[in-house]
Write a protein that binds this ligand. Structure first.
Ligand code: 13P
Length: 281
């Protein structure tokens, strides 16, 4: 009997964790201030087995960061211009220009792009489309403002952003999409969305994916939490069954702190919550 339970735990745990390997992503934003600091940060990052560690440096540092980081750390671009592959677009970096070794992801729809650079739903959809067509994985950010949170319309706002950004994305292409739920009011404020609240939003977004696509897409899609994530809160966040990782801002700028996040401990809790689900099926 014990052997049977152990076998069930092992196979089910593997089945649970393998399609949704946790992602710990660091969005460096417009930091650090010098290439030397960027390289020192890159060099000190841990690759963690069974987890996907990704960093999004400013694009001017990408190539050098790729040379310095552990080869198991993936890289991404924080944004891309999808208006053209080249031409008279001052200040822009196109998708073909980002085709560098180890650059796998393009961040789309970050709230700072939405609010400071006027990226609207159409622009974000075009970026997701462009990133996928160019062979990148898209990391799509969605999230509500403080006012929307207080009005209790978080799910509706997030569902709308999700639907608009994924318009035209096929079920097969969803294998290359990671969603990041980033409540705007929690970004850079030190306010962390309570893990159980974030879990509810994640479950609701997964349900939307199930309705739009099917269960296999919904169950395989990684949905990350972002908003003041740090070593202090990571274990509680990663205990939640529908939270598959984090997109870290400020805490990603210190290698030791980011490594602590990457090395979170939540295995037993996740296994336990998975077992609960399986045993109640
Ligand atoms: P903070 O972790 O600094 O709140 O930033 C989150 C974020 O915007 C990641 O994309």
């Amino acid at each position: 009997m014990m052997a049977l339970i152990a076998a069930l735990v092992l196979t089910r745990t593997a089945a649970y964790t393998s399609p949704r390997a946790p992602v710990v992503a660091g969005n460096w934003k417009m930091n650090p201030g010098t290439a030397e600091e960027a390289l020192a940060l890159a060099e000190a990052l841990d690759a963690v087995e069974g987890r996907e560690v990704v960093v999004f440096p400013p694009s001017c540092y990408l190539e050098a960061v790729a040379r310095k980081t552990n080869k198991n750390v993936a890289l991404g671009a924080q944004d891309a211009c999808v208006l053209a592959e080249s031409g008279a677009f001052t200040g822009a970096v196109s998708l073909p220009m980002l085709k560098m070794p180890r650059v796998d992801y393009v961040l789309c729809g970050h709230s700072e792009r939405r609010s400071l650079f006027s990226d609207d739903d159409d622009a974000i959809r075009a970026k997701v489309r462009g990133a996928l067509d160019a062979g990148f994985a898209a990391m799509l950010c969605i999230g509500e403002t403080q006012q929307e949170y207080e009005l209790g319309i978080t799910d509706d706002i997030c569902a709308l952003q999700l639907a608009k950004a994924l318009e035209g994305v096929t079920a097969a292409e969803m294998a290359n999409v990671v969603v990041a739920y980033e409540p705007v009011w929690a970004i850079g404020t030190g306010l962390v969305c309570p893990a159980t609240v974030a879990q509810r939003v994640h479950a609701s977004m997964r349900q939307r994916l199930r309705a739009t696509y099917d269960s296999s897409v919904a169950d395989a899609c990684r949905i990350l939490y972002g908003g003041s994530a740090s070593p202090l809160v990571i274990d509680g966040i990663m205990r939640q069954p529908d939270i598959d990782g984090v997109l870290v801002g400020g805490a990603a700028l210190d290698a030791a702190t980011f490594n602590q996040v990457s090395n979170f401990h939540a295995g037993w809790w996740r296994t336990r919550s998975f077992l609960k689900k399986v045993l109640h099926r």
